[in-house]
Write a protein that binds this ligand. Structure first.
Ligand SMILES: [Zn+2]
Length: 313
């Protein structure tokens, strides 16, 4: 009787062998006009002039998750929370983990340390006040924490965050740290956990290359069966769960088209938008999922100077 409403059990019941390994399902809550691909076309001062679709789209994802019995982590922009407080409360009421995507979606390296501090404090206070919960997780816009922002992790720790999920160990023109550690590790002198996005380490002639299998644009680009095999191969090779991410705008083929954006940006942003929701439904049922803080229980504790990275070395 007490286990009937346990999140995630629906997914595990129809389990394939790999489904015994639980992955973190994450959603970056932002709108279609706030993405990095359109940053040069859409000045942030004009954001309020765009019709917002983030609340309706996030509600659709909440319905999909509820239908699959999955709880997820929602890295939410302060800017969105300010305008859609009821949405933030529905995320919390659904049993999901509320986490921060910062306030203004500026790439971390474009901010000074002090501007970054103000951005993450503003988002955290807003989200905690509206959601009525403490939050510990943060994801940098466009995975933009890196070697040139050494001050970012200590600031996240100072401001009460306990983990970050802001690194993608792949080669990409907009983001990526191909040589970064691929698994949860201590950062900032052991003040914080970093949980990188999931990659499949290729072997043979491609040895040493990391294939991105965390979701986002690749989830829309690759046939679903290929993506599913990639995640299953990751489970078989590593014996642990990965991190998947999506955005509310990725399930919204009806979003207004942005004029003036470059061809590559438009290709990436508009590719297969109509396929994401049904694929997400399959993904939710083909594997086992949970919140970041459930899938990676180590995030509940401070890593300390002898975190996973030094322990594994
Ligand atoms: Zn984002």
């Amino acid at each position: 009787m007490t286990t009937a409403a346990q999140p995630g059990t629906a997914g595990r019941a129809q389990a394939t062998p790999q489904a015994a390994i639980r992955n973190a399902m994450t959603v970056d809550v932002e709108d279609y006009f706030q993405v990095e691909a359109f940053a040069r076309t859409i000045p942030r001062a004009t954001w309020d002039s765009f019709p917002r679709r983030v609340e309706a789209n996030t509600d659709r994802i909440l319905e999909q998750l509820a239908g699959a019995g999955v709880c997820a982590t929602f890295f939410t922009l302060g800017w969105v929370a300010e305008r859609h407080p009821a949405l933030v409360r529905r995320i919390v009421a659904g049993g999901h983990e509320l986490a921060s995507h910062g306030h203004g979606h500026a790439r971390v390296a474009t901010l000074t340390a002090e501007q970054f501090r103000q951005d993450v404090i503003r988002a955290k206070h807003l989200l905690e006040d509206i959601g009525g919960v403490k939050l510990t997780g943060y994801r940098a816009p466009t995975f933009s924490i890196g070697a040139n922002t050494p001050w970012a992790y200590p600031i996240l720790a100072e401001t009460g965050h306990r983990y970050s999920s802001s690194i993608y160990p792949v080669r990409h023109d907009l983001y990526g740290a191909p040589n970064a550690p691929r698994f949860a590790h201590a950062v900032g002198d052991g003040v914080l956990w970093e949980v990188p996005m999931t990659t499949l380490r290729l072997r043979g002639p491609w040895g040493g290359q990391n294939l991105p299998i965390s979701g986002g644009g690749y989830f829309r680009l690759l046939p679903y069966a290929v993506f599913r095999r990639g995640l299953a191969a990751f489970h078989a090779a590593e014996g642990r769960g990965g991190v998947f991410y999506t955005h509310p705008w990725e399930i919204d083929p009806g979003q207004p088209r942005i004029a003036g954006a470059g061809q590559l940006s438009r290709f990436r942003h508009y590719l297969n938008l109509g396929r994401t929701a049904p694929r997400l439904d399959r993904l939710l049922r083909d594997f086992a999922w949970g919140r970041m803080d459930e899938v990676f229980p180590e995030l509940a504790a401070s890593p300390g100077p002898t975190g996973a990275l030094s322990a594994a070395a």
